[in-house]
Design a protein around this ligand. Structure first.
Ligand code: L34
Length: 295
């Protein structure tokens, strides 16, 4: 029996190219006598996954010549105290970018926090003003994960114009902004967003030339849901128990990687796919917040 194997989209490789480009731009900026871009990351509580993503962000910043500092707080930090911290960062001229790592503790209203961050320093692009600009197609900051996916598609030579894209998941962080980027003039995909109430979700997915899975359920996308030759982008990062690993778990995406690899034309791995791109695009946003330019 003949089995086709999808081409792997190497997120680590593409992310490292983006990070090198950011570093070159930062070097040019500081060579002109400007101070280095400064990012402040606010991390609340002791979720190990959040701590690990934030470490990744700090490391990538350091390598690109961006100064980053993580401000860590106990999970019982009050909402009022967090609003005050954000206000101080908003008015601090020595700070270019502010990122409050999600998820937040239950007693803090996420929407109120994200609205408090100055739109000009909102390197996550979660503030409603920036979300509005994104939907309207106004150039500016873009949310890191969806922007990272667009960069992967572009640098892998995957055509979007006139293609059918299906996004599974409607979160504010990934699904909704992803759909908005794909439908943008110049990108020109025809976009469907699927979710838990979508009738015949597998059938809808089978129509996709580009399938973006952002559900948060391990192995949700099976081979029968994928059109032969489709580009499959896996946003999921799920920890599944694995006694054979030192850490006691391994990471898997929302896509049944092995089986889907035999149907898809392109596929992103987990880890080493979308995750590293999220970090690379955060650096790009920080560069933009600091310099007003993407280069
Ligand atoms: N405010 N909160 C805010 N901004 C964000 O952009 C995020 N996100 C998501 C969670 N909360 C956030 C991230 O940073 C998810 N996320 C993220 C970032 C990086 C990676 C994964 C998620 C990543 O580097 N993933 C690696 C594996 C890391 C590991 O071993 O645990 C990968 O190769 O996929």
């Amino acid at each position: 029996m003949e089995t086709a194997t999808a081409e792997l989209i190497d997120g680590r490789l593409i992310a490292s190219e983006v990070r090198q480009e950011v570093k070159a731009s930062v070097d040019a900026w500081t060579a002109k006598g400007n101070r280095a871009p400064v990012l402040k990351v606010v991390l609340i509580g002791d979720d190990p996954a959040s701590a690990s993503y934030v470490r990744g962000k700090n490391r990538a910043c350091a390598e690109a010549g961006i100064e980053s500092e993580t401000m860590t707080y106990d999970a019982d930090l009050s909402e009022a105290a967090l609003l005050e911290i954000i206000d101080d960062l908003n008015t601090d001229e020595g700070v270019d970018g502010i990122l409050v790592q999600l998820p937040l503790p239950k007693h803090i209203n996420e929407d109120r926090i994200l609205r408090a961050i100055s739109p000009a320093k909102d390197v996550d692009c979660f503030h409603p003003e920036n979300v509005g600009n994104l939907v309207a197609g106004v150039p500016g900051l873009q949310p890191a994960t969806p922007a990272g996916i667009m960069e992967m598609l572009k640098r892998s030579g995957i055509e979007t114009r006139g293609r059918t894209a299906v996004v599974i998941g409607r979160s504010n962080i990934v699904g909704k902004p992803m759909a908005n980027l794909l439908v943008q003039r110049g990108i020109d995909a025809t976009v469907t967003v699927c979710h838990s109430r979508t009738p015949d979700l597998p059938g809808v997915c089978r129509g996709a030339d580009i399938l973006v899975a952002a559900i948060g359920r391990a192995g949700f996308v099976t081979a029968d849901m994928v059109k032969p030759g489709a580009a499959v982008i896996d946003v999921g990062i799920n920890r599944v128990e694995d006694a054979s690993r030192k850490r006691g778990y391994r990471l898997v995406g929302d896509v049944d990687f092995e089986a889907v690899s035999e149907v898809a034309g392109h596929i992103t791995p987990v880890p080493g796919g979308v995750g590293p791109m999220t970090i690379a695009m955060l650096l790009k946003n920080t560069l933009f917040a600091a310099t007003g330019s993407w280069t």
